[in-house]
Design a protein around this ligand. Structure first.
Ligand code: HEM
Length: 144
């Protein structure tokens, strides 16, 4: 179906952007902390998020979840809970819901000026590992 394929394309592109943002935040940026100290790292992180991230990333996150729920509603009608496809899909969606709870908490912390708090960093690490688990589940559910 054309609409489903379009939603899948939007979902995939948004997942690449979202996963990429988390990769930069958790794997790439912390090198600045080691090389130039915590203050410099926090300044760069704050600039990236406030000047660019806050205006762009939420749009991709919205597209990711809207397209995901759109596709999910097609599966819902015929979902057979005894199949591993259904179990893995539900696990994938549950993990994705945990991630969005983390993302919303991080946005609220940022808006309240608490981006320096350790919780802010922990949420990124938590979202990073969960997002990669979700991506693996997204393919695994069609294989096993
Ligand atoms: C962090 C959030 C999410 C990430 C990173 C993610 C990632 C992915 C990826 C990479 C695919 C494979 C796309 C492809 O094969 O071309 C996929 C498929 C899928 N996702 Fe998500 N997803 C997320 C959230 C959600 C949510 C919230 C739902 C539904 C409520 C959802 C429902 C689906 C469905 C139904 C498919 C199967 C598409 C198909 O027919 O191949 N996803 N997801």
């Amino acid at each position: 179906m054309k609409e489903y394929e379009l939603a899948k394309l939007i979902h995939l592109v948004s997942a690449v952007v979202f996963g990429g943002v988390l990769f930069v935040e958790v794997v790439m940026l912390p090198v600045l902390k080691k090389e130039f100290g915590e203050d410099f790292y926090k300044k760069v992180e704050f600039t990236l998020i406030s000047k660019r991230g806050i205006k762009t990333v939420p749009l991709f996150v919205l597209a990711l979840y809207l397209s995901g729920f759109y596709m999910f509603h097609f599966h819902l009608k015929t979902l057979d809970l005894s199949t591993s496809f259904a179990k893995l899909l539900l696990l994938k969606v549950s993990l994705a819901l945990l991630i969005i709870a983390g993302v919303i908490t991080a946005i609220v912390l940022f808006i309240r000026g608490k981006s320096e708090s350790k919780i802010f960093d922990y949420i990124h690490i938590f979202a990073f590992f969960l997002a990669f688990a979700v991506i693996i589940l997204a393919k695994l559910m069609f294989i096993v």
